[in-house]
Design a protein around this ligand. Structure first.
Ligand SMILES: [Zn+2]
Length: 381
């Protein structure tokens, strides 16, 4: 859970300085780790702890810096092994393998309960800085988020600064509700023009996401003309802001769908994501990647919000969901007359294409659920 900090000018300065100091220290530890072939945490601590303490870092912060560096290498190595940085010898991979990991001056720093305490009622935190403990730093979040924080916050929080704003990212372990037996399924169709259409009539226009996509393309075009560093930085910042906006929209859409499912005792049926990529046939592959993260994110948000509410979620095979008639079951690629209009060649039904698809997904969801239920019930002797 992300909480925005609202420090006064003096507090902001102290937080900024703290992040700079810990990340500078992390870069030094990273160089040591790299030189020594990335030893285990305890060994790395032996080589760096003394020096860190003399750099204004308290015992806790020093430990966190060491662990953060070690974790970063663990993640990098896992990514290399998984092939996420390309084949051996590829430029990206060589770059990652031949240099120590570098932390940005404002990269996230973990805080445990000894360096960070929350005063929920006052809406403040007390936080360790290189200038000493700083009290009464105000934070902002919604009433619902505050409740979750108060009841379920656990372990470490990350302090991070993005585009000039400080955030605390707190870990909350929310227990899952017990899953109920759904009376029916709500099918969710994900698409380009309308981000989400449900079989029950809800449609999210997704203006934010489409605006994000347009801006991204625009930015890319500008980038190709203007290659200065500051221009790049500015464009990156704007793109991050757009992405946050799109994420926010996805949260709202997911919440609307899950709330309706909960209220009507329905399950939720989603298409398999790989299928979405196939179905969203666009001319340029980059546009697909621009959208696929948003679809994946929306599916993620729906899934975890549903889990919290005890709403069952099933994933269905996306084959023919856009070509099949939800009334008579006839499958024909000609059924889909245009991007938005569905007209059955067999029974003559005319429907909105996304609505028709969402109803197919709902029906498939029900079938998946029933099949699963049969396999869950032990066979009678
Ligand atoms: Zn039909």
């Amino acid at each position: 859970m992300q909480v925005k900090l609202m420090p006064d000018a003096g507090q902001a300065l102290a937080l900024e300085r703290t992040l700079h100091v810990v990340n500078e220290a992390a870069n030094w530890v990273s160089a040591v780790a790299f030189e020594r072939g990335v030893p285990h945490v305890y060994e790395l601590r032996k080589h760096t702890y003394g020096e860190l303490k003399s750099r204004d870092l308290g015992a806790q912060a020093a430990q966190h810096v060491i662990k953060k560096v070690r974790d970063a290498y663990t993640t990098l190595n896992a990514n290399i092994r998984a092939g996420n940085l390309g084949r051996p010898g590829s430029r990206r991979r060589v770059k990652a393998e031949t240099k120590p990991i570098v932390f940005r001056p404002e990269a996230a720093q973990p805080y445990d309960d000894r360096c960070l305490s929350w005063q929920y009622d006052a809406g403040t935190v007390s936080v360790w800085t290189t200038g000493g403990r700083m009290k009464n730093v105000r934070f902002a979040c919604s009433a619902g988020a505050l409740k979750t924080l108060q009841a379920h916050r656990q372990g470490e929080s990350d302090l991070v600064r993005r585009d000039g704003v400080f955030y605390l990212i707190a870990t909350c372990e929310v227990p899952e509700a017990e899953r109920f037996e759904p009376g029916r399924f709500i099918g969710v169709d994900l698409g380009i023009v309308a981000i989400a259409t449900t079989s029950t009539g809800y449609q999210a226009a997704g203006r934010g996401l489409n605006r994000h996509r347009r801006r991204q393309l625009e930015l890319r075009r500008k980038l190709q003309k203007k290659r200065t560093r500051s221009a790049k930085r500015l464009l990156k910042k704007r793109s991050r802001r757009e992405k946050r906006h799109a994420a926010n929209q996805n949260h709202i859409i997911a919440k609307t769908i899950v709330t309706e499912a909960e209220r009507t005792s329905s399950g939720i049926a989603l298409e398999n994501l790989t299928g979405i990529r196939q179905r969203v046939r666009l001319r340029k592959p980059q546009r697909v990647t621009l959208h696929s993260w948003a679809f994946a994110q929306l599916a993620d948000f729906i899934t975890y919000k549903a889990q919290r509410a005890g709403v069952p979620v099933v994933f269905v095979d996306p084959a023919y969901t856009s070509q099949q008639c939800c009334e008579c079951g006839h499958i024909d690629s000609k059924n889909r007359v245009s991007q938005s209009v569905f007209c059955c060649q067999n029974c003559g039904v005319v429907a909105h294409a996304d609505r028709n698809a969402s109803r197919n997904i709902a029906r498939k969801g029900e079938a998946v659920w029933i099949a699963g239920r049969e396999s869950r019930v032990p066979a009678t002797p």
